[in-house]
Design a binder for this molecule. Structure first.
Ligand SMILES: C[S@@+](CC[C@H](N)C(=O)[O-])C[C@H]1O[C@@H](n2cnc3c(N)ncnc32)[C@H](O)[C@@H]1O
Length: 221
């Protein structure tokens, strides 16, 4: 599938579901506990700025905001409807240091060395490869800035179990578009993420497996 077609598909899919996304995703127990863990880590940053790539409706950004009021948080997402939902909520909360923009994580619309931390949850599965995204994340991070990245683990037992796999595909119809008959074309494995981060120049790369998810942490510089 061509990258532009893939992006158009993803944009349309999430724009259609932007209004109901939060309620669906909050029901996911493993992901919810991973998100809580990441929000706790982010809250160690008391000042500076955090970028949430593929922020969706802003679930992670708002959770970080509630724990770290002094930090500037920027969320970007390729779906304008997702961004509209997040912006609307930011206005309701009167959060001026919370900014949401439409943007592509493979062409991050910020200058070099802007952010102290980049978070990216369940987005890289929609990319053709990791190289462009990782090098752009590396570019916008400040020296000694951290990346925390989460996505499904292509090699996990859960994801490769036929029954579980059908359940996932029922709940997440978009993923079916990206699944080849021989496996999960849209998910990456632990080695690909580790190698990709190291190749880009990240240091202290650590990728841990959490059931069907991978959590990667890496530092610039
Ligand atoms: C599964 S949702 C995850 C949303 C959010 N990170 C969360 O944890 O709830 C995937 C999101 O990634 C966005 N997305 C997909 N490809 C993207 C890209 N290239 N750049 C920015 N956002 C993208 C989608 O529009 C969607 O909102």
């Amino acid at each position: 599938m061509e990258a532009s077609h893939r992006k158009a598909l993803v944009r349309a899919f999430y724009s259609e579901r932007a209004g109901s996304y939060d309620n669906e995703i909050k029901k996911h127990p493993i992901l919810s506990s991973i998100r809580e863990e990441i929000v706790r880590e982010c809250s160690l940053i008391r000042e500076g700025s955090i970028l949430d790539l593929g922020c969706g409706s802003g679930l992670t950004a708002f959770a970080i905001r509630s724990k770290s009021p002094g930090v500037k948080i920027v969320g970007i997402d390729i779906s304008d409807e997702m961004v509209r939902v997040a912006k609307k909520r930011a206005v309701l909360h009167g959060n001026s240091r919370l900014i949401f923009l439409v943007g592509d994580m493979e062409r991050i619309p910020f200058k070099d060395s802007t952010f102290d931390l980049v978070v990216c949850i369940n987005v890289i599965r929609y990319l053709d490869g990791l190289e462009d995204a990782f090098s752009d994340i590396h570019r916008v991070l400040k020296d000694k800035g951290w990346l925390i990245l989460v996505d499904g683990d292509r090699n996990s037992r859960e994801i490769n179990d036929q029954v579980v796999r059908e359940e996932i595909l029922k709940k997440h119809p978009l993923e079916r578009e990206f699944v080849r008959c021989d496996g999960w074309s849209m998910l990456f494995g632990q080695n690909e993420i580790e190698d990709g981060l190291a190749y880009t120049g990240f240091r202290k790369v650590r990728v841990e497996s959490r059931r069907m998810y991978l959590i990667a942490r890496a530092m610039k510089g």
